[in-house]
Design a protein. Structure first.
Length: 226
């Protein structure tokens, strides 16, 4: 019993410390997400891969409505749908992918939502820098559909797959379109993963298990002695 108690106690304490550490790391990301300031690039946008994640940027470009991607398996409040990735064309010809938000599933896989945009002159696009969403399992990935039809369905694509489908070079980061910006859909942006408080609560639960284990151990052993 003593050996089992020591092993379980060490496990519960270690799991609690691990969850607490994850919570602290996640809290830093959430704080960075919440307190980012906006930088406007009126003349030339630098390589966005050199800019910090979650940074807020504003730059001139126009949307290429003819070549868009629909990210499958993206839910919002329990409802299935897609996230719309649209290339933004900069004045120097470079392209940056902009996530314009979430649209609901139409109910038919062969009937895609209408995400078209009328051709417009360059305007200022504002948003937050983020990385492409990644699948938890490799089986959850699917490259953009081949052929000439657009928009292309895809699920957790890599940058190389997007570049191949588009025929253009792309940065690693994408832009999450601001909630108040035009040409967007549902945009309730949050850092990925669980809320930091969930990790902290899990840590307390593991440490609670450790406390209960000690109470049971000493309670049973003192009862035997008496």
């Amino acid at each position: 019993m003593t050996l089992a108690t020591i092993v379980l106690l060490a496990l519960f304490v270690s799991l609690g410390r691990w969850q607490w550490s994850r919570g602290e790391g996640k809290q830093l990301l959430w704080d960075e997400f919440a307190h980012a300031s906006t930088t406007t690039y009126a003349d030339s946008l630098p390589d966005i891969d050199t800019l910090p994640r979650y940074g807020l940027i504003r730059f001139p470009a126009y949307f290429d409505s003819d070549h868009q991607f629909l990210l499958e398996n993206r839910s919002y409040r329990g409802k299935p749908g897609y996230e719309v990735l649209t290339p933004a064309v900069l004045p120097d010809g470079r392209r940056v992918l902009v996530n314009r938000g979430w649209v609901p599933f139409t109910g038919y896989r062969d009937q895609l939502p209408d995400v078209s945009i009328e051709r417009h002159p360059p305007m200022f696009i504002s948003g937050r820098l983020e990385e492409l969403p990644a699948a938890g399992l490799e089986s959850g990935r699917a490259a953009p559909e081949p052929g000439r039809l657009w928009p292309k369905l895809t699920s957790f694509p890599s940058r190389d797959e997007l570049q191949t489908a588009l025929g253009q070079s792309l940065p690693n980061k994408i832009v999450l379109l601001d909630a108040g910006a035009p040409h967007g859909y549902v945009r309730d942006w949050k850092p990925p993963g669980m809320d930091p408080s969930r990790h902290f609560s899990y840590a307390i639960q593991w440490w609670g298990f450790a406390t209960v284990l000690l109470v049971l151990y000493f309670g049973l052993n003192f009862r035997k002695v008496s």
